[in-house]
Design a protein around this ligand. Structure first.
Ligand code: LLP
Length: 457
């Protein structure tokens, strides 16, 4: 089992950021997302310091899709990173938190008119254009506002990376970006360069996520530079910026051996410098967009065990009070996690159990075959490395409220996302007039809101 960041085991209990997690479970309830602030920050620093040490002009852009809320925006801002947002909602979250717009990169393969307008109004630093329709739409919007947005074009180099097929993005048959094959990307460059309403700064590519073999980036870079050389010949365009996306893998379980961020950025720097030299390009600024490798291992989810079901000769199911609603990654990608019983943290692991969620799906499993001490109802289970793509992908399936999130550091814990309530779940429900009856009329007469009452109480 891997103890990450500020984790420690003291008196048989798991501590994170100096906080006893059993106490956190008691104080804030479960399921509970716990974020280790020091670890999140140290990942940001490792990336930023690592990249600036090996490459002259560079920027680290945190990919907010991994984990985003107001407090995370603040930390990312304080650590001097830029932010990648991928929707109006993420952009709104960032702006609402006061994140500087001139450090925001706006992504997405189907940005709506409203989203593009929002980005232009806010004055985001870069819009990463994914397709011809967007190029045209953005050009028209920019023209009508007499602004000239700075853009990058997302290109798809056609490299296959060894990761789950759902999180592969750089291959030829991908919904993302302009393909380098068949002349699409070249046409996009010609089109953007010719437009007086757009300022083309460079290209972007993201080949996939949870990548262990970082030589996949060599292939992508080689292909992109070769393409850029052709584009330069055809259009005279030379990129000021090259954004290589995110994708570095993290350690979910002991057998995972990812490259460290420092080694990763050193590798990227080297191949970009080599390729730029080979094709006689002035060195472009190097941008990267890590998400998972900053957030994942800083997060832990706490659950309370509700039932233990032993099927003799088959397996023992330990059911917890969350599941695929707060962590859909196991069901979606067969992801693997580790966990410990936080209140029995140094007890010998004599049993093998399967940790199941409480949702109405057989696939709602969090961990198959976990080695653990004897588990009983009321025990607190801590599942590790849940900081990325858990909260951000959480749902209300089975009408489960989304968990709260606390930020822990130096022995103190602060709520950064409040727990959803049952009232939150019905807040947006409406009963059409033709379905209303006496109960709604009585309630409406009372406060004008047909559903603002709780007759079940
Ligand atoms: N930049 C772009 C354009 C991206 O599409 C992504 C992730 C990133 C950066 C950040 O990649 P990271 O460093 O986090 O690997 N839900 C999936 C992951 C989807 C990743 C989507 N794009 C999962 O839970 O594994």
């Amino acid at each position: 089992m891997i103890l990450r960041g500020s984790m420690a085991i003291e008196d048989g209990r798991l501590k994170i950021g100096g906080c006893d997690v059993v106490q956190l479970a008691k104080e804030f309830g479960t399921p509970l997302y716990v974020v280790d602030e020091a670890m999140f920050r140290s990942r940001c620093r490792e990336y930023r310091a690592g990249l600036s040490a090996v490459y002259p002009k560079s920027r680290v852009i945190y990919a907010g899709k991994a984990l985003l809320n107001a407090a995370i925006c603040r930390i990312v801002e304080q650590e001097g990173l830029a932010l990648d947002v991928v929707s109006g909602g993420e952009l709104y979250t960032a702006l609402h938190a006061g994140f500087p717009a001139d450090r925001i990169y706006f992504h997405g393969n189907n940005k709506s008119i409203e989203e593009l307008e929002m980005a232009l109004d806010a004055g985001v630093h870069r819009i990463i254009v994914d397709n011809f329709d967007e190029l045209e739409l953005l050009e028209a919007l920019a023209k009508s506002r007499s602004v000239v947005p700075d853009i990058l074009l997302r290109v798809t180099p056609g490299v296959e990376v060894h990761t789950h097929s759902y999180i592969r993005t750089g291959h030829l048959d991908s919904k993302f970006g302009f393909s380098l094959h068949g002349g699409m990307a070249l046409k996009a460059i010609e089109r953007a360069v010719a437009s007086p309403h757009l300022r083309l700064r460079g290209v972007h590519c993201h080949i996939g996520s949870q990548i262990f073999d970082i030589t996949a980036y060599d292939a992508a870079c080689e292909i992109i530079f070769e393409f850029l050389a052709r584009a330069r010949e055809a259009t005279g365009f030379a990129p000021e910026e090259l954004n290589l996306g995110g994708g570095l893998g993290v350690r979910y379980v002991e057998v995972d051996h990812p490259t460290s961020p420092a080694e990763f950025v050193a590798h990227l720097a080297q191949i970009v410098m080599r390729e730029a030299r080979r094709w006689r390009f002035e060195l472009p600024a190097l941008l990267i967009e890590p998400g998972r490798s900053i957030a994942a291992e800083a997060g832990t989810t706490l659950y309370t065990v509700g039932s233990v079901k032993e099927i003799p000769g088959v397996r023992t199911y330990v059911a917890v009070d969350g599941g695929m609603n707060d962590n859909p990654r196991v069901a979606l990608y067969q992801a693997r996690y580790e966990a410990i019983v936080a209140n029995k943290a140094d007890a010998p692991k004599t049993n093998r159990v399967t940790v199941a969620g409480k949702l109405c799906e057989s696939g709602d499993i969090l961990i198959w075959d976990l080695e653990a001490p004897k588990i009983q109802p009321g025990d607190i289970l801590a599942v590790f490395a849940t900081g990325a793509y858990n909260y951000s992908m959480a749902s209300n399936y089975n009408r489960l409220p989304k968990p709260a999130m606390v930020l822990v550091a130096d022995g103190s814990a602060e709520l950064i996302v409040a727990r959803e309530t049952f009232a939150d779940l019905v807040r947006f429900d409406r009963i059409p007039a033709r379905l209303r009856d006496a109960r709604d009329q009585a309630a409406a007469a009372h406060d004008g809101e047909p559903l603002k009452r709780a007759s079940w109480r």
